[in-house]
Design a protein around this ligand. Structure first.
Ligand code: NOJ
Length: 592
């Protein structure tokens, strides 16, 4: 075990997760320490000082566990270790400790809906007979049709094709089918099985004891299935009557997980692997849970959040929303209204490893996004200059909202969606499973450019044995971290400045927002530093501590309201005007 490092860096603020800026680190594509063309923990550790200087509060790591990588690590064969391509458990321990020393908390991904077909339990299930306890941990069923040749029901895989695959029994005969809501290599666990519940509770304890600060729960609404496994009808909305999305039983799972997170938050478990100095008994260090829950109905989404359940859920309606002031206002209000009564903070997210990069989305004639319509979006022209201007404005809008904000790696340097990856190099199972109809998610997962003027742009060390696992566009020479760090007008400089201000100005820590009157196409709101200034529209309600955010999504310049100073703007301001697709943070005038 590593020796205890100084925990000096962790700010001791309670409920850090309520307003944290959380950096999503997609480890395969972040930084390659050993030159095999794939990002790893050594690469991430080496760049922790950079992330600290960027000004983030926490990192969310996509899955780092042993995996055959049929779905880029979301097919896990061992939940208590690290894939050799990424490093070792010792590297993870060191990384957690070093991140803490830098004041950065660590959130990891846990994937409870499904495992890998190479998970020891699945091998056991395949070797065991139909009806055995080993098969009960998954969903094995006989097929329909005279010889069981048809899948047990009509469920479709989210990656395309049927959600069932038939196995060959130990005696060589065609056998039962098993359920996989994603790829065939990702068999769904049966959450009615006590083994499954116990196992995941133990996995949570394993990682909390190692010092992780939070868990991102993958596909969180899908775990529980109707045991009768009825056909799904087209019109069935998610909810208690749906056979597998958002069933009521799932909440008991997260209530038990919350109890575990709370136990570790109060330090009742003692020293943990880093010794008493860091996580000593009685120490209060809050652990959090964030759910990946895609649900159209806000009232159903609300059921996942609150003191007895998850701390937060991702705000996907915000991510999917077009660059339109009225639509955004509606989505923001809905998120705030949903979270406030639950005492939970809203979350704000513009992009992640599953969706098209924001610069490309906002550069299209249709700026909305919907995972299920990616081929349509990819058929549209992209104006990168326009998309970049809007992405800058969106970054300031997003970081001004009350709650926690998730930044997906590469967003801070303005990377775009790489839409022209050669077919033979594509890796996402969505591409294969849809016969090439859906290009999949590789375009937002291309390895980051760090420095230099040609690939691998410092992603891999000099003399690396392999090229980056996905090809980087040569135009990214202008978007390297090194080039942008030195350029005061770059996207990276904007993110750094925004994160610094967001962290240091008290108004951003107070969870308050009050809308201001604004012309059509313009969003304007105040972030008061205290409740006494949070209500009403009167100018006298503002104090110099109030920050006003104004985002112009209209096609014409608008006048800036009176202000004491401009804290930050996403683009040049001229003659007191805020140009189209620009956001400004203003310091309020002294009242009276
Ligand atoms: C959601 C993850 O974000 C995505 O990348 C993954 O493919 C699916 N869950 C399946 O685990």
């Amino acid at each position: 075990m590593p020796s205890a490092p100084a925990p000096a860096g962790l700010r001791r603020a309670d409920s850090w997760w309520k307003s944290a800026a959380i950096y999503q680190l997609y480890v395969r594509s972040f930084a390659d320490g050993d030159g095999d063309g794939i990002g790893d923990l050594a690469g991430a550790r080496a760049r922790l000082p950079h992330l600290a200087a960027l000004g983030i509060d926490a990192i969310w790591f996509n899955p780092w566990y042993p995996s055959p990588m049929a779905d880029a690590g979301y097919d896990i064969s061992d939940y208590r270790s690290i894939d050799p391509v990424f490093g070792t458990l010792g590297d993870a321990d060191a990384l957690i400790a070093e991140a803490h020393a830098h004041g950065i908390r660590i959130i990891i991904d846990v994937v409870p809906n499904h495992g890998s077909d190479r998970h020891p339990w699945f091998a056991e299930a395949l070797a065991a007979a139909p009806g055995s306890a080993a098969r009960e941990r998954f969903w094995f069923r006989p097929g329909r049709g005279a010889a069981g040749e048809l899948p047990p029901n009509n469920w479709q895989s989210i990656f395309g094709g049927p959600a069932w695959t038939r196995v060959t029994e130990a005696d060589g005969s065609p056998g039962e089918w098993y359920l996989h809501l994603f790829a065939p290599e990702q068999p769904d666990f049966n959450w009615d099985s006590p083994d499954v519940r116990r196992e995941f509770e133990d996995v949570l304890r394993f990682w909390f004891a190692r010092g992780v600060d939070g868990i991102r729960i993958d596909s969180a609404a899908l775990l529980c299935k109707d045991p009768a496994l009825p056909d799904v009808t087209g019109a069935q909305p998610p909810g208690p009557a749906h056979p597998y999305t958002d069933r009521d039983e799932v909440h008991a799972v997260y209530q038990s997980w919350r109890a575990i997170a709370d136990e570790y938050s109060t330090g009742v478990h003692g020293a943990g692997v880093h010794g008493a100095g860091e996580h000593g008994a009685g120490e209060h260090r809050e652990r959090m849970l964030i759910g990946e829950v895609w649900l159209p109905d806000a009232s159903r989404l609300a059921r996942y959040v609150g003191p007895g359940e998850l701390h937060t859920v991702f705000n996907f309606p915000y991510l999917n929303c077009p660059w339109d002031a009225a639509e955004l206002r509606r989505v923001i209000d809905e998120a705030l209204a949903l979270n406030a009564p639950l005492g939970a903070p809203a979350t704000w997210v513009l992009s992640n490893h599953d969706v098209d990069r924001v610069v490309s989305r906002y550069g299209r004639p249709d700026t909305s996004f919907d995972l299920e319509r990616r081929p349509y979006y990819h058929s549209l022209p992209v104006d990168l200059a326009l998309g970049t201007r809007r992405a800058r404005a969106a970054a300031l809008l997003t970081m001004a909202l009350p709650g926690s904000v998730y930044l997906y790696q590469g967003e801070e340097t303005g990377l775009w969606e790489v839409q022209d990856i050669p077919d033979e190099l594509r890796q996402d199972p969505i591409w294969d499973r849809t016969g090439g109809a859906d290009p999949g998610r590789d375009g937002c997962r291309v390895p980051l450019p760090w420095s230099g003027t040609e690939p691998p742009f410092g992603f891999s060390p000099a003399g690396a044995a392999a090229e980056p696992w996905l090809p980087q566009p040569k135009e990214w020479r202008d978007l390297t971290v090194f080039a942008e760090w030195a350029d005061g007008d770059s996207m990276l400089s904007l993110y750094r400045a925004a994160l610094r201000i967001r962290r240091s100005v008290p108004a951003f820590a107070a969870m308050l927002l009050s809308w201001r009157q604004a012309p059509d196409g313009v969003l304007a709101f105040d972030r008061p530093a205290s409740a006494s200034t949070a209500d009403g529209d009167a100018a006298s309600a503002t104090t110099p501590a109030t920050v006003r955010c104004v985002a112009n999504l209209s096609a014409v310049p608008v006048g800036l309201p009176p202000h004491a100073s401009v804290l930050l703007a996403s683009g040049p301001l001229a003659d007191g005007l805020l140009p189209p697709d620009t956001t400004a943070w203003l310091q309020a005038l002294r009242a009276g």
